[in-house]
Structures are given as structure tokens and as C-alpha cells.
Design a protein around this ligand. Structure first.
Ligand SMILES: [Zn+2]
Length: 654
């Protein structure tokens, strides 16, 4: 009898099995739109709703993805159009929908919108396509557990990459029968997702010339898929990414996936669609916008970004607050836990690179120096707690959000030192992360209010004081005091750091400064893209306080570099020919009210301005840059415990 019941239940389930088939047609990307067709089977409801998400996991900002949808239509099995009402900017309702068979809409390009960051939006262009899943897909009747098939249909000259499990790749011939499309040959790549969360967690990138590398490590395989207008140094990229995945899967003793995809859009400097760079994490993939620069320059910032996103696949994609999954895509997230998800992730992103010998010890010194400077510049780091900043994340205020990657990272460092120093280095933040991951594997999330209590239980310490000061409070971080506990401090009374900031001006007018030319020149408006600008005008000076910051003024225009007329498209070439030491003579034209100037030019119709020319000689003596920033060097007289803590955090090999 029991057997029969089971049999009938199976039959019943098979009959009711629902599936959604989403087809994304990249057929006219030159119009900066893609068409999405949703085929619905057995929805069996009188009214059908279609909901686009208002935010994307990982990006958190309230974006309203429905705002990029146009031409929303619904049809029954006979092709008859059904009545649709738009309930709000992100939701549609279809009445008389018992025989609904298909929904169709267009998605517009959004990558320059100020509602979110590039990698949480959609970039749709003639020869390039990138989209976060939240840009493309909605869910039906508020059900997020329906399995989905996704068909990407694209011209046969394109290649496509996404992290979903592939089902098939059909050639052009099988497509001819599709009625709504023209006769251009298209490929159809079919993927599957077990539910809506998985579907929108897989970004997609397509291009006519993807650069691809694949490798295996442990039980998993990895793809690096990169799009760029020029060749990228894929050998070096693969080498570093391989080291990073090896280090972090070793750290967690866990590889909770079979396949992982790194999707990288690496435009040349000239083609960069945004001035910022960055990335977004997903469960089995991550996507990046990083400028294609010579490897030597790329290496100074690239590895920590890959390290950060890869660490997220445990910390936030699996270890997370109950408010961060299962997701409610219709309400802004109100979690206070992003100091763990972002700050602690960033702490490990940096320190695991040194701990596993991928980057030298001095990158740790540099990190502490850079991040404490960034933290001190951030107003909200003093006025708002990390928990409040976590709540604010949905507002998409970049100046606040970036505090997780300065103060949040340093709080991670302090918390690890706190645990290690109070337990004689028997316990560490590593134990916390591993225990939280064990919970996550059992499907256990944490309530925000329980997080510190969990850490106390794992470490056996009372962490209330630390928590109330630096996480739920705005006390200044006693960085030097904590660093001393890991045997790190000021070894010499050196003037190195002062020298860097003061950069003495030589009698012949030349200036010696440390740093890179590119970094010092990477200024200007957030809103414009480089492509839009015919000439290089300084809208904002990045390096205020250094000589270049004091010499070049906002509004100045760069005319020549070493006697050659400067155009924006040459910017990428400058860093490439970096030699040590390197000298640049810049001629800068400055509109100013200096009436005694020699050349006049009407810059503004109301006030004819005089133009001053400035000749600036920049000498980059890279060899003069100290190998160690003495303030954060290993102390020679450190105690064995301090040395053990330091080795535990940044490794032995320096
Ligand atoms: Zn992150």
C-alpha cells in the first residue's frame, strides 16, 4: 500500500512539474537592447505576475531592475496577446492568464546608470555583452523555486560564457524554425538553473574574441574568460588566479563547487566604460571590470581583487546572515553584518596573499599604510559605525560603501590580533571562519544579533568590548598598539614616509616623487568616460598633498608629455614604457585669473581668462622607494608570541 501511494505521488509530481524557459536573444545588440522571451509551462493560475528584482545580492543597492524593461507583452498558446497591467516599476500582472504561454520584453543597456556599479548592471553593445542575472530575469507568481532553462541565442561569430550548468550548444541549423527571428545564423547555448536564486546568480558575458584559460585544482575545474580590445597577459593572470584558488580552498579545506568561472572584462584604458574598477561575487563565479594594463602595473592591484571575490564564495555566498538568503528581491536589505561579509573578506583577501607567499610581505605593510590613510580620509568612518554603514549600503553612497574596504579590512586585522593575542595564539579568526563555514554547510545561517555571540563561543573569549568599540561603535582604531602585538612597528626613525609626502623640489625646477605616473594622473570626473574626452583636463587631483597635487590644479589641461602632444588615447602607453628612474616633462595649460600671463584665451564667455603654461618635470625614481615602510616592519625584538601571531597572519616567508 505504501508503495502504491509513493508511485501515485511521483506521477502527480511529474504532471505538475513546472519549468520556465528563458531565451535571451542577442540579435540586435547594436540597438543596446536584448530581447528576453519567457516560456511558461503549467503555471495554472488565473492571474500571472512577473516580478523583476529591485536589488542584486552582493551589490545591495536599490536599483529597480524593472526600470530597464520595455515592450513587456504576454501571449497565450495561440499567439493571442493578453492584457497586461504594470503594478509598479518592477512588477507586471497578466489577467485571463490561464492559457498563458509566453512573456516577451526588451532589456536596455544600463551600465552607465548611477543606480549601481558596472558589474551589477547590463552592458549591451554592438560587439560586446555583459549582464548581471538580475538585469535579465524576473520570476513568475512570486515563486522562486521553479527550475529554469536559459537559452542564449547569439550570432555565430560570438562566444558566450556564464557559470550555469550547460545543457547543449545547438548550431545555427536548428534555429531556422524559430518564428520570431530573422535568417541570420545564430547559435543557441542552453543552460539550466535549479531555481531563481541560481539563475540570477550567474552573470553572462559574450564577445567576438574571448581570451580563455582553463585549469584544474583539487576536485574542481576553473575557467578564466576575458574580453578585451587587446591581448591580455593571460599566462600571468592564470598563474596568479591558480595560486589564489589553491590558497583559499586550502584555507577552508573545502571546495563547494565542481566548476568556477572568472568573467573578466578588461578594456584598454581608452575604452574603459567607467573610471572605477571592481568586481562582483557569485556562488560559482565572479565578474570583473579591470583595465588591461601591463602586468607589472596590473599586479599592484589585480590579485587582491581576485582574492577578495573568490573568498566571497564562502564568506557571504555560503556563510551569511539570515537576511542574505534566501533572498527577498523586493525589499532593501537591512543587515548589519556586512562588516563580516565585506570587511573580513577583504582582510583575508590581502593577508592570504602574503600568508601563502603569493605576494611579498611588503604588500602587507603597504596595505596597512594605504588603508589607514583611506580610512582617515573617510568622514563617515568616524561618524557611523560599521553596523550602520552596513544598513546604509542599499543607498549606494560610494563614499560610505568603500569604508568596508579600509576600516572594515583593518577591523578584521585587529579582531584576528585580538583573538590570537588573548588566546596565546591558540585561537584565531581562522577558527571563526572555519566554524561558520561548517554551519553553512549544514544550511545554518546566523541572525545578525547572534554573530558576536557565535564568535565568542568559537574562541572562548568575551569580545563585547571590541565589538562595542569598533563594530557597533566609532572609536578610533588603535592600529599601532595592535600591530605591536604581532611584532610589527616602527623599526627605524626613518624619514622615508615623510620624504615621499614632501618630495623636495630641486633647484632646476624638477620634482622627485615616488609612485607611478599613471596613478598620479588618474584623476578627473567620475561621470565622464575617458572615451568622451578629447583632452585631458584635471577635474580632481588624486594625489593631493604630493608635489603633483600641489603643482597641477583643477582645470589644468595636459598638453604635452616629453614634448609630444598628449592625447587621451596615449594614456595607456605611458605606463607601459616605465623605466627606472623615469622622467617626464609635462606641459600643462592652466586657465587662471593671472592677468599678467602671456597668452589669453576665452575659456568662459563671462570672464575672459588668461592662460598660463606650466612646465613640470616629474622624475619617478622607483628604486628610491623603500622596500619596507618602516612603520609596519617586523620588529627585531618581538617576543615569540608576537612572532607566532605575525607568522599566523602573514606567513613565514619574507
Ligand atoms: Zn566584496
Amino acid at each position: 500500500m505504501l508503495k502504491y501511494i509513493a508511485f501515485f505521488l511521483l506521477i502527480a509530481q511529474a504532471c505538475l512539474a513546472q519549468e520556465l524557459v528563458y531565451t535571451v536573444a542577442l540579435h540586435s545588440t547594436q540597438t543596446h537592447t536584448v530581447q528576453v522571451i519567457v516560456e511558461l509551462k503549467k503555471m495554472g493560475a488565473k492571474t500571472v505576475s512577473y516580478q523583476m528584482p529591485i536589488w542584486a545580492p552582493g551589490a545591495y543597492s536599490v536599483t529597480h531592475y524593472g526600470h530597464y524593461v520595455t515592450d513587456f507583452k504576454a501571449f497565450d498558446a495561440k499567439g493571442k496577446e493578453l492584457a497586461v497591467t504594470q503594478a509598479n516599476g518592477d512588477r507586471w500582472e497578466i489577467s485571463e492568464a490561464k492559457n498563458i504561454a509566453k512573456i516577451s520584453y526588451l532589456i536596455g543597456d544600463s551600465h552607465k546608470d548611477s543606480t549601481s556599479l558596472y558589474f551589477a548592471l547590463a552592458h549591451i553593445d554592438t560587439n560586446f555583452f555583459f549582464a548581471n542575472g538580475t538585469c535579465l530575469f524576473g520570476y513568475v507568481n512570486d515563486k522562486k523555486n521553479i527550475p529554469a532553462k536559459v537559452i542564449y541565442s547569439f550570432p555565430d561569430t560570438w562566444h558566450i560564457a556564464t557559470a550555469l550548468d550547460p545543457v547543449s550548444l545547438d548550431t545555427a541549423s536548428s534555429l531556422k524554425s524559430r518564428p520570431d527571428w530573422d535568417e541570420v545564423p545564430y547559435f543557441m547555448a542552453t543552460y539550466k538553473a535549479k531555481n531563481y536564486d541560481e539563475l540570477v546568480d550567474a552573470p553572462v558575458m559574450a564577445d567576438t574574441g574571448l581570451q580563455i584559460r582553463s585549469f584544474n585544482d583539487g576536485s574542481a575545474s576553473y575557467d578564466i574568460v576575458l574580453a578585451s580590445q587587446k591581448k591580455f597577459e593571460m599566462d600571468s593572470l592564470e598563474e596568479y588566479i591558480h595560486k589564489i584558488v589553491h590558497a583559499e580552498t586550502d584555507f577552508f579545506h573545502d571546495t563547494p563547487f565542481k566548476h568556477y568561472t572568472f568573467l573578466v572584462y578588461a578594456p584598454t584604458y581608452f575604452n574603459s566604460p567607467a573610471l572605477g574598477q571592481g568586481a562582483l561575487e557569485h556562488a560559482n563565479s565572479s565578474d570583473y571590470l579591470l583595465v588591461n594594463l601591463p602586468w607589472k602595473t596590473f599586479k599592484t592591484f589585480g590579485p587582491e581583487i581576485f582574492s577578495h571575490e573568490f573568498f566571497h564564495l564562502w564568506n557571504v555566498k555560503r556563510i551569511h546572515s539570515s537576511l542574505l538568503g534566501p533572498f527577498d528581491y523586493t525589499k532593501r536589505v537591512m543587515t548589519t553584518s556586512l562588516w563580516l561579509s565585506e570587511g573580513i573578506t577583504d582582510y583575508y583577501a590581502h593577508t592570504l596573499l602574503t600568508r601563502y607567499g603569493i605576494m611579498p610581505y611588503r604588500t602587507f605593510e603597504q596595505m596597512v599604510k594605504n588603508l589607514s590613510a583611506l580610512m582617515n580620509q573617510a568622514e563617515a568612518a568616524r561618524s557611523e559605525t560599521l553596523e550602520q554603514l552596513s544598513i546604509d549600503e542599499s543607498d549606494f553612497a560610494l563614499d560610505k560603501a568603500t569604508i568596508f574596504y579600509s576600516k572594515g579590512t583593518l577591523v578584521g586585522l585587529l579582531l584576528d590580533i585580538e583573538i590570537r593575542s588573548r588566546t596565546n595564539n591558540k585561537k584565531s579568526l581562522d577558527d571563526v571562519m572555519l566554524a561558520l563555514n561548517d554551519d553553512a554547510k549544514k544550511g545554518i545561517t546566523f541572525k545578525d544579533s547572534e554573530l558576536i555571540g557565535k564568535m565568542e563561543k568559537i574562541t572562548g573569549l568575551d569580545l563585547q568590548n571590541f565589538y562595542h568599540k569598533y563594530i557597533a561603535g566609532t572609536d578610533d582604531l588603535p592600529l599601532d598598539e595592535y600591530l605591536a602585538k604581532m611584532g610589527v612597528g616602527d623599526t627605524v626613525n626613518s624619514n622615508f614616509s615623510k620624504m615621499e609626502a614632501e618630495s623636495t623640489s630641486n633647484p632646476d625646477g624638477s620634482i622627485s616623487i615616488a609612485g607611478t605616473f599613471l596613478h598620479d594622473l588618474l584623476p578627473t570626473s567620475d561621470k565622464e568616460t575617458l572615451k568622451d574626452r578629447a583632452q585631458w583636463t584635471f577635474y580632481r587631483i588624486q594625489s593631493e598633498g604630493t608635489m603633483i597635487g600641489d603643482t597641477i590644479e583643477v582645470g589644468d589641461t595636459l598638453k604635452t608629455v616629453n614634448g609630444e602632444p598628449f592625447t587621451v588615447d596615449k594614456l595607456g602607453e605611458i605606463g607601459k614604457n616605465f623605466k627606472r628612474p623615469v622622467s617626464y616633462e609635462l606641459e600643462v595649460v592652466s586657465p587662471s585669473l593671472n592677468k599678467t600671463g602671456s597668452e589669453s584665451n576665452a575659456i568662459s564667455p563671462s570672464a575672459p581668462l588668461t592662460v598660463r603654461r606650466k612646465h613640470i618635470k616629474l622624475v619617478y625614481d622607483v628604486q628610491d622607494t623603500p622596500k619596507h615602510t618602516p612603520k609596519y616592519a617586523p620588529l627585531p625584538n618581538a617576543t615569540p608570541l608576537q612572532v607566532a601571531i605575525r607568522h599566523g597572519i602573514v606567513g613565514m616567508d619574507y
